[in-house]
Structures are given as C-alpha cells and as structure tokens.
Design a protein around this ligand. Structure first.
Ligand code: M1P
Length: 271
C-alpha cells in the first residue's frame, strides 16, 4: 500500500524505481550539525530520494535525539524514513512500526554493570575539567553513553569541550583506563560525537542494523536489497561509521558535512 507523508504519496517499497536499493545515513554531521535540527533543504532532498529508493538512518544516538534533529513536534521522525535505526539499530523502526530489539543490561547483567558503572563514576569524579555539567552517564536500551562534561552542556559548551578533548585526549585516556580495568568484558568503546563515547557489546556497532535490511526479503512481498548505500562522516578506522562503511555488504560513502552529503546524494541519484 502507498503511504502518505505530508502532501505526497509515496510508492510502496516494492514499487520504488530503484527497488533493490536502500540508502542509509548517519545522522550527526552527515544529515545535520550535531544536536541541531536538519535544514529544510536536506529534508526536501531526502523526501525526493525516498521516491526512488528505500530510505533509512542509522545513528548512535537514541530515538529522542533523532526526533529533535530530523522530525518536528508535528511530524514523527519514524514517518520520514522507511527504516529508523537508533542506537546502531538496537532500537529499530520499519515503516513506523517497532522491530524486535536487544538490551544492553540483559547482555551485561546487573552485577557486572554495577562494577563497571562504579569505576566510571569514580573516574568521572576525579577528572578535573574547565567546566562540568550534568548527566554524565546516559543509560540506553542498547548501550550506555558516557560524557566527561555531561550531556546537559549547551551547544557552545560542547564546541569548547570538543577542542579541549582533542588537545588533552580526555575521552581516549578514559577509554584506555576502562580497557585496562576490564580487559575481558567484551565491550566496544566508540567516540561518535563531540562530548561523549558509547559503550556497547562487541559487534553491536552500526553493522548491527544490516540484519534488519537482510531480513526484508523474508517478509511477505518483501524486497531483496542487493545494494545498500551508506553515507557517514566518521568513516576512518576508529570512527563509529567505520565498520558499516567498510562492510562488504554496503557501498560506503564518506562525507565531510551535511552540505557535502547533499552534494553527493544529488550527483549519485540525479536529484
Ligand atoms: O551520533 C553520534 C553520537 O552523538 C552523540 O554524541 P555527542 O553527544 O558526544 O556529540 C551521542 O548521542 C552518541 O551516542 C552518538 O554516538
């Protein structure tokens, strides 16, 4: 069945002109400036692209943040994309409906988590930074997010922290300390943004979402996505887009920022 988004009627997934193609985007610094709403021109471009291919995003952040950046109070972000993969796909929506997900706390267990989080809190307490704000650990469904300055930092405070962090390697050293303290815990540490790092089980990186795309062909009338494009900015080794960008199942595209991303979309899909 065709879906209506705003005033436009979208062809069903199986009737899109490039039927076997899905295009996935990272969010921060690919579709929008971090923590800032996407520009209307970008949203229009994505809407035009969605008339040709299946469209999705795969971000490290949780859905609430992607709603702020890509949706509006009137428009749920889950209506703007065919596939919404938050927390690397640990929280997933297909055509507006939630898909099955895993949980970080179930994976790690309460006892192990308590030891881990106790170490983090001690480390945070001893860290001397120019300023500190609030929400230093964000507990999510598929990961935890740790921020030395705190997630309540303003946009200006984030920008200043990012420079300080680059110079003093605050997050890098924090991660080194965690690896040293918990050598066999099976966790991955990923610096995907400006002020924090994500912690999740090994393998729960952005490639996690590809299982949902691969499963599409098994659904009644489902599409076999033989071409999966991925656009992201942190595609270098160690960046949180690296694994999905380099994965043999995707065609990876590295972008500098949202403007560069828009340029590449227009060129690749004749928009
Ligand atoms: O999407 C990239 C990252 O965005 C945020 O990072 P920060 O607040 O440090 O800029 C976080 O939501 C993080 O989880 C995510 O990977």
């Amino acid at each position: 069945m065709a879906a209506t988004v705003g005033a436009t009627v979208l062809p069903p997934l199986a009737d899109r002109p490039l039927k076997n193609t899905v295009v996935l985007f990272d969010v921060d610094n690919t579709l929008t400036v971090p923590r800032v709403p996407a520009k209307p021109e970008m949203l229009q471009l994505l809407s035009a692209l969605r008339h040709k291919v299946a469209l999705g995003f795969v971000g490290g952040s949780d859905l609430a943040k992607q709603q702020e950046q890509l949706g509006t109070p009137e428009i749920p972000v889950t209506t703007l994309f065919d596939f919404c993969f938050s927390e690397n796909g640990l929280t997933a929506y297909r055509l507006g409906a939630p898909l099955a997900s895993h949980s970080f706390i179930k994976w790690i267990g309460e006892e192990q988590y308590k030891k881990f989080v106790r170490f983090i809190m001690h480390y945070l307490a001893d860290l001397d930074l120019p300023i500190k704000r609030g929400t230093f650990i964000e507990f999510r469904n598929g990961m935890i997010n740790v921020s030395p300055i705190g997630r309540n930092a303003s946009v200006q405070e984030r920008n200043e922290y990012q420079k300080y962090d680059l110079e003093h390697r605050i997050r890098e050293k924090f991660i080194e300390a965690l690896k040293k303290e918990f050598p066999d815990i099976g966790l991955t540490y990923s610096i995907g943004g400006q002020i924090s790092f994500d912690v999740f089980p090994q393998g729960w990186n952005k490639t996690y979402c590809l299982q949902h795309i691969e499963n599409e062909k098994n659904l009644p009338g489902g599409v076999d996505y033989t071409t999966v494009h991925f656009f992201g900015d942190k595609t270098f080794e160690g960046g949180n887009d690296y694994e999905i960008y380099a994965d043999s199942r995707t065609v990876g595209h590295s972008v500098k920022d949202p403007e560069d991303c828009a340029k590449q979309i227009k060129e690749l899909f004749n928009l």
